[in-house]
Ligand binder design. Structure first.
Ligand code: DGT
Ligand code: CA
Ligand code: CA
Ligand code: ZN
Length: 576
């Protein structure tokens, strides 16, 4: 649990923010701010203090002291609740942008109806802020700079956005004279689900480095330069994502790539191994500790080899046992994108997809899939207006389209809704007409842990449910995961022969890497799906595969990496 001091600091800061909107007196908010900082930095735990001793904290007067006492006793501050009720929540979000004061935040909210930083960025892009009375283009620029700072200070971005930025910068860097190699490293190379900043690594001769750095800071995507050195620079893109660039000599490329790919925890683990071998590992290479003689630096393989280890894939480098497994020769043979033979969860415009069936199939066949499942929503998701007739007509259409795709077997499925009791949309007789089904929780996210667990397990026990779609329902940064007993669910998945989906959508990644690692220990099987609602979505498969790799999966555990005959057998769930 957070320290009470930190909780109270947060609340007092919020109180100060709200006061500065609602009160004309500039000193009162300032007093709360000072007290907040004092409490946050105070050495003793507030919960151990009585009112008398709370009042001894610097800058804490009687009125503030009593509010602190009230919070410790009741978990609430009545006056704060009253202020909260008077201010729309979006305004406070906007006030978290450095340099954007309360009055301006309130004006933006009232005039433009923006309630989040993202909405504000869109408004700025549309020129709406510059056009606003009392703002202008100068002030719009300041707000943008503030948003950049906000992102630098902890805003993480989804992996796909960071990858887009990295790839476009890399292609420009690679076209720059003197660049011998250019790659992204850091959490992006490990394909973590969110990225703090992008780390780019370039190999070049020392004489070329300054010119390459100048090229980077001059790129169109760069909004602001934080640091501009000859071998080390940091910039922020127009959208607020920080990019660090390092230039190293090509001779130490491998050592630098290992170091800057991390993770920090992985680096520490392999450095320990180096020390035990009388070696020293840094971004400049692997050296003999005593003589300082260089042992390896050119390639990652060499660096790992001299440590007595096989190459460890970047997606595994999280210190989750990969170094020990590598030393024991027990690293998994990781699933790769090319081993994916089909997609088992996709939509069309028959429900909420954007593209007609024909277009989805055409795009899927271009990916070289050997099978492809169409799984539009089932009737209980009422807004999708699915009916028995519509779904049967789709099946008929699919059968006719099969002729066009001699190499790709078209599977007809549906994404069922797991109702609060664990039942799904159609009775067994109707369900048996599908090649496969995905079943997902789409409602009643707030059931108790026991109910929710029972609900999902009951769905898995249904002999016609093949895949559990996006099990936890989380939307990264937007919606928390449902509360379930994952151990029980993973065990049931293995027992019932129901695959667990790894939903590849970058804002879902559900199951996530740690869950995958956990579920595989139960012997569960997985389906890496895109849940595509448009042709372009089919490409997100790479994020699902990366998540599977981070969960240590090999192709034997991924049902859509199997040949069709083996998949079909799995889909029967023991039925004859
Ligand atoms: P992020 O940016 O928060 O998503 O995560 P990373 O892993 O990209 O972290 P970042 O950008 O701070 O550093 C990039 C890599 O550099 C990191 O994965 C490992 C390496 N590194 C950074 N600081 C240290 C350190 O203090 N010790 C060691 N051993 N490695 C470090
Ligand atoms: Ca990073
Ligand atoms: Ca970094
Ligand atoms: Zn879906």
């Amino acid at each position: 649990m957070a320290r009470a001091n930190d909780e109270v600091e947060e609340l007092l800061l919020e109180y100060a923010d709200l006061l500065s909107i609602l009160s004309e007196d500039p000193f009162k908010p300032r007093a709360y701010e000072k007290a907040a900082r004092a409490v946050g930095g105070y050495h003793a735990d507030l919960r151990q203090l009585d009112l008398k001793r709370i009042l001894q904290i610097p800058s804490v007067g009687r009125s503030i002291g009593e509010k602190i006492g009230e919070y410790l006793e009741t978990g609430q501050i009545h006056d704060l609740e009253q202020l909260r009720a008077q201010i729309p929540p979006g305004v406070r979000t906007l006030m978290s942008i450095p340099g954007l004061g309360p009055k301006k935040a309130l004006a933006l909210h009232q005039e433009l109806r923006v309630s989040s930083v993202e909405e504000l960025v869109s408004a700025i892009d549309a020129g709406a802020v510059a056009a606003l009375k009392g703002f202008g283009s100068k002030s719009q620029e300041n707000i943008l700079r503030g948003i950049q700072q906000l992102h630098e200070s902890g805003g993480r971005v989804p992996v796909n956005l960071a990858l887009d930025v990295a790839e476009s910068l890399l292609s420009e860097l690679r076209a720059t004279r003197g660049v011998r190699r250019a790659e992204y490293a850091g959490s992006l190379r490990r394909m973590a689900e969110t990225i703090g900043d992008v780390d780019l690594l370039v190999a070049a001769a020392e004489k070329d480095a300054p010119r390459i750095m100048d090229a980077l800071v001059g790129l169109g995507a760069v909004g602001r330069v934080l640091a501009h050195g000859t071998t080390k620079s940091s910039v922020v893109t127009g959208r607020g994502l920080q990019v660090d660039l390092r230039i190293v000599p090509i001779e130490v490329w491998g050592a630098a790539l290992v170091y800057f790919t991390g993770s920090k925890a992985h680096n520490i683990r392999i450095r320990e191994i180096a020390v035990r071998k009388g070696l020293k590992l840094s971004e400049y290479g692997l050296f003999q500790a005593k003589s300082g003689r260089l042992v390896a630096a050119e390639t990652e393989q060499e660096v790992y080899a001299k440590l007595g280890l096989p190459f460890i894939a970047p997606t595994l480098r999280e210190d989750r046992g990969e170094v020990e497994a590598a030393a024991a020769g027990e690293l998994p043979a990781l699933i790769g994108l090319r081993q994916i033979r089909g997609d088992l969860h996709t939509h069309t415009d028959l429900t909420d997809g954007l593209a007609p069936l024909e277009e989805m199939l055409e795009a899927a066949s271009e990916l070289g899939y050997s099978y492809y499942a169409v799984t539009d929503h089932a009737p209980n998701l009422a807004m999708q207006r699915m009916t028995d007739e519509k779904v049967l007509a789709q099946r008929h259409r699919l059968a006719k389209l099969q002729d066009r795709y001699p190499k790709m077997t078209l599977l007809h499925g549906s994404e069922l809704n797991i109702d609060p009791g664990g039942d799904v949309d159609w009775p067994e007789g109707f369900l048996s007409g599908f090649d496969l089904t995905v079943a997902s929780v789409h409602s009643h996210f707030n059931q108790s842990r026991e109910q929710m667990t029972r609900r999902v397990i009951r769905a898995m026990e249904n002999p016609h449910v093949n895949v559990i779609g996006h099990l936890t329902g989380r939307l990264i940064g937007k919606r928390p995961p449902i509360d379930v007993d994952l151990d029980a669910i993973f065990a049931a998945a293995a027992r019932t022969g129901t695959a667990l989906e790894i939903n590849s959508f970058p804002d879902r990644l559900d199951l996530k890497d740690e869950h995958v690692l956990w579920a595989r220990r139960h012997g569960a099987r997985f389906a890496i799906d895109t849940d595509s609602h448009a042709v372009t979505h089919l490409g997100v498969m790479r994020y699902g595969v990366a998540t599977a790799q981070r969960g240590w999966l090999s192709k034997d555990e991924v049902v859509n990496a199997w040949p069709l005959a083996k998949l079909r057998k799995f889909l029967r769930k023991g039925r004859t």
